[in-house]
Design a binder for this molecule. Structure first.
Ligand SMILES: C[S@@+](CC[C@H](N)C(=O)[O-])C[C@H]1O[C@@H](n2cnc3c(N)ncnc32)[C@H](O)[C@@H]1O
Length: 261
């Protein structure tokens, strides 16, 4: 099953995303791990609006971002155009599963629950495999996701409930509302399927409505660890949060910092 993009409603979702998702703790974490290495070549699949990639470009690193939502990349480019000095940035508007990723990078970033964008463990594992091919020997892999072990968490089993997520007022005054309703789940396989809807009401009264079905597989730490090792990486450390605390069974996140030998 392929997910269609729920982020691609002109630049409206990008606009609201940047108003709501303002965390920089993961950017700081990555910068600390890069230390004083400069002018690195970095690949960020699922790059979105450049929340992570733009600060790294401003540090002088060169970036390749891949994202299948044109609206997110247009927003990324608009922000970049307003940035005084930055390393080279190339944005590729394509599904991460469509083609092989470009190669020769020093770092591949799989950030902020990006695996939740994919429908099955098979395609998530494929991303780890592609990350390995994309890195030069000695290059690093960063993978960050929520920590969920065992069966699908109870909070994912809320069948029929409609939840609002990315909602707000866009810069042009349009009202943006996105909703998500769980329509199916499998506790043992850790799969959940959602009906997603976006409504944009523009100031001139025009209304855009988009709906899609999306399936998610919240990864376990064990799965990600197995894929990373199976595809040839050496795991340098698993963190439990971006403040640098070590991973434990109670950690809120599982953040992998790995190296291609
Ligand atoms: C939650 S946003 C994260 C953006 C960015 N990494 C960050 O941390 O702010 C996820 C992004 O992944 C993109 N995306 C989802 N599925 C994708 C796919 N199959 N191929 C490429 N991009 C995808 C979406 O368009 C969206 O911009």
């Amino acid at each position: 099953m392929r997910n269609s993009s729920v982020y691609d409603v002109e630049t409206y979702i990008a606009d609201i995303y940047d108003q709501i998702i303002t965390e920089q703790d993961d950017v700081l974490f990555i910068k600390q791990h890069l230390g004083d290495k400069n002018k690195l070549s970095i690949l960020e699949p699922f790059c979105g609006t450049g929340r992570i990639s733009i600060p790294l470009a401003v540090d002088g690193h060169s970036i390749v971002g891949i994202d299948n939502a044109k609206g997110m990349l247009d927003w990324f480019q608009r922000k970049l155009d307003n940035t005084k000095s930055a390393g080279e940035v190339k944005l590729i508007n394509q599904d991460v599963l469509a083609k092989e990723w470009p190669q020769g990078f020093d770092l591949v970033i799989l950030a902020a629950n990006c695996f939740y964008e994919l429908a099955t463990p098979e395609v998530q594992e494929e991303c780890i495999k592609r990350a390995f091919k994309s890195l030069r020997a000695g290059g690093y892999l960063y993978v960050d996701g929520d920590h969920m072990e065992g069966d699908l968490a109870k909070s994912w089993q809320d069948l029929g409930q409609v939840k609002k997520s990315l909602c707000g007022i866009a810069q042009d005054g349009a009202v943006v509302e996105t909703t998500r309703k769980t329509i199916w789940f499998d506790v043992k396989k850790r799969l959940a399927r959602f009906e997603r809807g976006t409504t944009v009401t523009k100031k001139n009264g025009e209304v855009i409505k988009v709906t899609s079905i999306q399936q998610k597989h919240p990864v376990s730490t064990g799965e990600v660890q197995d894929w990373i090792q199976k595809h040839g990486f050496e795991i340098l450390k698993i963190y439990g949060n971006s403040d640098g605390t070590a991973y434990t069974e109670q950690s809120p996140r599982a953040i992998f910092w790995a190296r291609k030998p």
